[in-house]
Design a protein around this ligand. Structure first.
Ligand code: AMP
Ligand code: ZN
Length: 119
C-alpha cells in the first residue's frame, strides 16, 4: 500500500533506524520512544491488524513474534534461554486502543520497570 507509512518504511522510501531484519519482517526504533528500548516489529507484507494477520498468514504472525523475541535478546532484555530482565510486547488495535498506523506492528518495550495495568 503506497499510502501506508510502514509499507513505505519497508520499501525504503521513509527512513528507519533498523535494528533487525529477516526476509519477511523488519524491526526499527520507534520515533517517539516510551521506554529505553522501544522497537516496532512489522511484517513486510501489509496486514491491518494482528487478528487479520493471524487469519491471513499464521506463519507470518509467528515470524513477527520470533523477530520480537530476537530483538529483545539483541537489546539485552532477555537471553536465549531466560526472561531476565524482561520486556513487554504490545499491539494496539483500533482507535480506542490508540492504533495510529493501520499496518500491524508489535511494540517491544523494555529497559525500565513497566507498570501494570498499562494506561
Ligand atoms: P500505534 O500508535 O500503536 O499505532 O503505534 C505507532 C507507532 O509508530 C507510534 O509509537 C509512533 O511513535 C511510531 N511512529 C510513527 N511514525 C514513525 C516513524 N517515522 N518512525 C518510527 N516510528 C514511528
Ligand atoms: Zn502497510
Amino acid at each position: 500500500m503506497t499510502d501506508c507509512l510502514f509499507c513505505r518504511m519497508v520499501a525504503g522510501e521513509v527512513p528507519a533506524t533498523v535494528v533487525h531484519e529477516t526476509d519477511r519482517t523488519l524491526a526499527f526504533r520507534d520515533i517517539n520512544p516510551q521506554a529505553p528500548t522501544h522497537v516496532l516489529v512489522v511484517p513486510k507484507q501489509h496486514h491491518p491488524t494482528v487478528a487479520a494477520l493471524a487469519e491471513a498468514d499464521p506463519d507470518l504472525l509467528a515470524a513477527v513474534v520470533r523477530a520480537a523475541a530476537a530483538v529483545a535478546v539483541q537489546e539485552g532484555l532477555a537471553t536465549e534461554d531466560g526472561v531476565e530482565p524482561g520486556y513487554r510486547v504490545v499491539t494496539n488495535t483500533g482507535p480506542q486502543a490508540g492504533q495510529s498506523v493501520p499496518h500491524v506492528h508489535l511494540h517491544v518495550l523494555g529497559g525500565r520497570d513497566l507498570t501494570w495495568p498499562p494506561g
